[in-house]
Design a binder for this molecule. Structure first.
Ligand code: PAF
Length: 296
């Protein structure tokens, strides 16, 4: 029998913060037993308008309690990456969750999540070594491991992720399918600044000058998409030209792939993905392109 919920477990009129995985799991099970849908929005905090959009999409589902997890996952950071300096702003994150009518925030400690370190992890398969994975070895094993743990601890029937991290979203869809997690993954289009820059917690690292330079990534995607009717070579050339003309942008990759991140089709739906360093900040972006549609 599930224990009845108290007002310290869940309140219909305010956000409740839980740190203990077992208690959060009990609360979600009681809510689901009472007929509520539960939508999980996994985050590492430093919440911005892009995260707000994920929370709003989660609310679109009828009768839903939205759970936001806030956990800076050490497992997905490489030794030379920004784990220690990653922006942490817990109080203002909770305020944002309150404004977005989030029911539960789950904010476990590293010790709660990895009491004995991470010995058993989830292997992402070959796609985990490509694109982002090529310059961030082990990153996607870290992501898929923590996401699997969050799915098991929270037990949602929906999980909402941004398309900004398109390879992550693709791998999480594969994870759910291949490991039979009983939930639906919802992908939400990227939220952008008026000039096109994709919102990201890492934008906070950019100086004013770098912030101006960083718009080259989305501008390259737009330039590529504009000539998509002419096919893959034209798309890649147009996008490369924009990056080449932007001093201060150090390109990591610019690739066309299929929507599932396999080889790109000659015609039809594809995805254009870019990663680059602006100063010491690594930024990524992506956009859908329809290849060869003008040939019809
Ligand atoms: O996208 C993120 O913020 C993280 O990779 C995620 C999905 C919360 C896992 O730590």
């Amino acid at each position: 029998m599930t224990k009845p919920l108290t007002k310290d477990d869940y309140s219909p009129s305010d956000v409740t913060v839980h740190r203990d995985p077992a208690r959060l799991n009990r609360v979600v099970r009681a809510l689901r037993a009472a007929g509520r849908n539960v939508a999980l929005v996994p985050t590492m905090g430093a919440l911005h308008a892009g995260h707000r959009q994920l929370m709003r999409e989660a609310h679109v589902l009828q009768n839903t309690v939205v759970v936001v997890s806030i956990f800076v996952n050490p497992l997905q950071f490489g030794p030379s990456e920004d784990l220690d300096s990653y922006p942490r702003q817990f109080e203002s994150d909770v305020d944002i969750c309150r404004e977005e009518r989030v029911g539960l925030v789950f904010a476990p400690s590293v010790e709660d999540m990895y009491p004995e370190g991470a010995q058993v992890t989830v292997h992402p398969g070959p796609l985990g070594d490509e694109l982002e994975g090529a310059s961030r070895p082990g990153h996607f094993a870290g992501v898929l491991t923590v996401v699997s743990k969050l799915f098991n601890i929270v037990g949602p029937n929906y999980a909402v992720f941004g398309q900004k991290d398109y390879q992550q979203l693709t791998l999480i869809k594969k994870l759910v399918r291949d490991l039979n997690f009983p939930l639906d993954v919802v992908g939400v289009p990227t939220v952008r600044e008026p000039d096109g820059l994709a919102l990201s917690s890492r934008n906070a690292y950019l100086s004013d000058e770098q912030r101006t330079t960083a718009v080259a990534l989305s501008a390259a995607l737009t330039a590529g998409a504009h000539v998509s009717a002419q096919g893959a070579d034209a798309v890649l050339k147009a996008a490369h030209d924009v990056i080449a003309a932007s001093s201060g942008v150090e390109l990591d990759y610019l690739e066309l792939r299929s929507p599932e991140l396999g080889a790109p089709p000659e015609n039809g739906d594809a995805r254009l993905l870019v990663a680059a360093r602006v100063g010491s900040t690594r930024l990524i972006d992506n956009a859908p392109v329809l290849l060869g549609a003008g040939d019809e």
